[in-house]
Design a protein around this ligand. Structure first.
Ligand SMILES: Nc1ncnc2c1ncn2[C@@H]1O[C@H](COP(=O)(O)OP(=O)(O)OP(=O)(O)O)[C@@H](O)[C@H]1O
Ligand SMILES: [Mg+2]
Length: 209
């Protein structure tokens, strides 16, 4: 990210932000509610355009990437993990289907175990899962696409301490097993410290004035 500024009307969320996510690195993003953390992730994947500045991925501006290709390489798991009708297997395959890809049953089991979920989960109705289980299915769904960069928006914000611990362990496993770059938004500064190589504060500048 080069010189990225984001403002809504008069309100400046961040100004002239320069940030490089190195290969295999995990960056924690913390800051107050409404500070612009989710917006920053949306800018990274070109869902929102910044007021000024550019985002480069492999040296190429994200606006110049083929959206389908970009969305496969850089995956945003949003704050509220959404499940589609059907069982967990169908939910996992959904992400692949958009890209006209398939996965073997073995691969599905593999990603489930990466996020600490039992194989029996595959046939469960996704809508009936707990918040923490949905969060982990959403992460598994992203992993199936073998992204280079994974953007996690408050993966544990809505969870109790026990579920938080399980999801955190899953993320930890993903970080150490895979050679991917991760940006993780969290309100929880201890969590940021546990998971991230370094931490960026967003939105504490009072509009940067
Ligand atoms: N499309 C938009 N138009 C106007 N204002 C917006 C828009 N999107 C976000 N905002 C505002 O930008 C600010 C930052 O929002 P954002 O969701 O990025 O914050 P956040 O740091 O992720 O907060 P939280 O921790 O509560 O998730 C908020 O005040 C929000 O109302
Ligand atoms: Mg947010």
């Amino acid at each position: 990210m080069m010189g990225v500024t984001m403002a809504f009307g008069e309100r400046v969320l961040f100004r002239d932000l320069n940030l490089a996510l190195n290969h295999g690195e995990t960056i924690g993003i913390s800051g107050p509610s409404g500070g612009g953390k989710s917006t920053l992730l949306r800018i990274a994947v070109n869902l929102v355009s910044p007021t000024a500045g550019r985002v480069l991925f492999h040296g190429k501006d994200v606006t110049e990437w083929d959206p389908r290709e970009l969305r496969r390489s850089m995956i945003l798991v949003p704050q509220q993990a959404s499940m589609f009708p059907g069982n967990v297997r169908e939910n996992l395959l959904w992400g692949l289907r958009i890209h006209r890809l398939e996965a073997s049953e073995e691969r599905l089991r593999d990603v489930l175990s990466q996020v600490n979920l039992p194989v029996s989960m595959l046939d469960k109705t996704a809508g009936n899962l707990s918040g923490g289980e949905k969060q982990r299915v959403a992460i598994a769904r992203a992993l199936l696409l073998e992204p280079e960069v994974l953007l996690l928006d408050e993966p544990t914000a809505a969870l109790d301490d026990d579920s938080t611990e399980v999801v955190e362990e899953s993320i930890q496993r993903v970080i150490s097993d895979q050679d991917i770059g991760v940006m993780i938004v969290t309100h929880n500064s201890e969590q940021a410290q546990r998971l991230a190589d370094r931490i960026i504060e967003i939105g504490n500048s009072r509009g940067g004035q």
